[in-house]
Ligand binder design. Sequence first.
Ligand code: MEV
Length: 326
Amino acid sequence: MVKASAPGKCILFGEHAVVYGQPALACSINQRMTIEVEKEETFDKWRLDGRTFNPRKHPHIDYIRQQLPALDGQPLHIRVRGSIPKSSGLGSSAALSVALCGALQQLRGEDIDLMQASRLSHQAEAQAQAGRASPMDTATSSFGGFVVLSDTIEEDLDFIETRTMDVDGTSYQWHLHTFDADIPQGVALVVGNTGVHGSTSAMVKQVANLIEQHPERRVELETIGAIARRGIQAFREGNMEAVGQAMTENHIVLRSLGVSSPELEQLIRAAAPSSLGVKMTGAGGGGCMIALTTSPEQTVGDIEMAGGRAFITRFNEPGLGIEHIM
Ligand code: MEV
């Protein structure tokens, strides 16, 4: 039996616009998905959490198991555990795919290959999102820490690789990087969950339709890119007031793109007075918001008073890792 885990993520800047090649910053969080894989002894079919595996219901898993065949094609039993709520914008599906890659690599007798896990999981996400997926979530879950996607190779960041993908007939390129960051003492990240499920593929499609029908609205994606660039710079300089301000500005443009929701707006309004900056995180339409704050307990309380579930999360958690081999 092998067991691997991978972290969820928060997007600090740039969701949606990053699908169209704009810069973005994400960080891993201390909520993780854990995958256990073992030989299926009882049935001659693959199983997932005790039930017969249905490839149509779990296209990510199906894609990855085909790319990384193990144990001469014998059926396997996959168990999924984790503390990342589903469809919440915290990258549960990316973390699941990445952790599964790690577990299958181990089962194949290979060393953990973060680059392969990141690439395969990105392909799996792209399939599930009608080809519209940036490598943001899957790279953050694979490598952990802070991940910057940029439209140029940034000399002063640690370059990982360049990824290219066709989105709606246009080829986009992302240069992936990581970097070390020292978060100033006393600054925390609070996550507020609306409890409403958001569908990434539906929200990404909504933005694709919007810019297809109104090409002039691409300028909003470019605005997000400009805000992200400024926010990333402020983050690296440790200027958390400027980071917070850029997060809030980023949210305003996301709201104008139509990917926020009344529930997200309610939590964001509640958290704003005690925070340096607030925004939705991930695809939206429900899911989570984040607040950068120097009074995390107060911010958690304010979000909960407004009807959300809130927690303080650590940023900069390790990426894909093996937990156990038997
Ligand atoms: C979802 O977590 C982030 C999006 O930008 C989609 C993507 O990057 O593939 C909305």
